[in-house]
Design a protein around this ligand. Structure first.
Ligand code: PLP
Length: 356
């Protein structure tokens, strides 16, 4: 059976591991080095200096590449990964299409760093017609599906085909779905980008990101950018991330089971509005009638930690409006289901809502 046809847990538990070798561990430990011994010509060994390459990244990138169906390049954070795609490719006069309602980082880059260099950003809602209308003359179309925090979903394959026909390249921020649920490269995208700070690592203890590409020249360009800018992950972070990847499929299965149960329970309540769950991933969004009630709910719950980010083992949530970067109602909550027992979680949320 080809490895791509095996089940998700089989793939994640084996992803990127070197061939069995007598007396060696399953996953080699992190290699801590700034310089490596390198005698003679600079290409005499694959590793000479860790800003250029490190053996621990090689294993983790092999794992991510298997899951994405392309070549993966790991970065110090999701935003370092976003930057590695958009900054080196866009030139004065180019046009970026990006979501107005997605993760705000790309809008900040566009405003602070692209606009002053004469690069136009067309910011559009996560809506197929809106993206389509913005395509003519675009250089790069950046899609985020499902979007954060609205959880809107796009037909990535259709939009990618249309963008290519219009002469634009396409990158997809796949953070919410991840490679076990959506593989943007299979849908035709030129880059698949993920913040690995979320469910890919899943223990709320790492900030990392990666980009996958099928074209070897694009992957090489990402590596070159990482080497030049130094946006590298530490070997220990990369090793922990690889170790966490083994449980990705089982974590995600439980998180989605919990997310579905919470969504069902919230849907049944008259005091909860605008419930969203795209059917994949741990994140459920909903609105309570005011910021005060949303805040009181977060305080009343025993199992829902008030914290930003999502995708971790421990259930957490926050009022998205507190950051001032998302155009959402004041009582809008982004909730991320952890792996707690489903009955405990649903009961805790119901009790907290009843109390406030
Ligand atoms: C959709 C999305 N893209 C990118 C990022 C940025 O990732 P990082 O925080 O790892 O830099 C985030 C972080 O929340 C995100 O939610």
């Amino acid at each position: 059976m080809a490895s791509a046809e095996r089940g998700p847990s089989t793939r994640t538990v084996h992803a990127g591991l070197p061939a069995a070798a007598q007396g060696e561990p399953f996953l080699p430990g992190p290699v801590f080095a700034a310089p490596f011994h390198l005698q003679g010509p600079v290409d005499a060994a694959p590793f000479g200096y860790t800003r250029n390459a490190n053996p621990t990244w090689v294993h983790y990138e092999a794992a991510l590449g298997e899951l994405e169906g392309g070549e993966a390049v790991v970065f110090a954070s999701g935003m370092a990964a976003v930057t590695a795609v958009i900054v080196p490719m866009l030139r004065p006069g180019d046009v970026l299409v990006a979501p107005v309602d997605g993760y705000p980082g790309i809008r900040e880059i566009a405003r602070e760093h692209l606009a002053p260099r004469g690069i136009e950003a067309r910011l559009v809602p996560t809506d197929e017609d809106a993206v389509r209308e913005a395509m003519p003359g675009a250089t790069l179309v950046w899609l985020e599906s499902p979007s954060n925090p609205g959880l809107d979903v796009l037909d990535v394959a259709a939009l990618t085909a249309e963008a290519h026909a219009a002469g634009a390249l396409v990158a997809v921020d796949n953070t919410l779905a991840g490679p076990l649920r959506t593989r943007p490269l299979d849908l035709g995208a030129d880059w698949s980008m993920t913040s690995a700070s979320k469910h890919i690592t899943g223990h709320s203890d790492l900030v990392l990101g990666y980009v996958a590409a099928r074209d070897p020249e694009r992957a090489a360009a990402l590596r070159a950018w990482r080497t030049t800018t130094g946006a590298i992950p530490g070997p220990f972070e990369a090793w922990l991330a690889h170790r966490s990847l083994a449980t990705l499929a089982v974590r995600l299965e439980r998180q989605e089971h919990n997310a579905a149960a919470v969504a069902d329970a919230l849907r049944a309540r008259a005091d909860v509005a605008d419930l969203r769950w795209p059917g994949v991933g741990a994140v459920v969004c909903f609105a309570l009638e005011s910021a005060e009630r949303a805040q009181a709910f977060l305080e009343a719950s025993a199992l829902v930690s008030e914290a930003t980010s999502f995708g971790g083992l421990h259930t957490n949530a926050e009022r998205s409006g507190r950051w001032g970067t998302d155009d959402v109602p004041e009582g809008f909550i982004r909730f991320s289901a952890g792996i707690e027992d489903t009955e405990d979680l649903v009961a805790d949320i119901a009790a907290a809502l009843d109390r406030v």
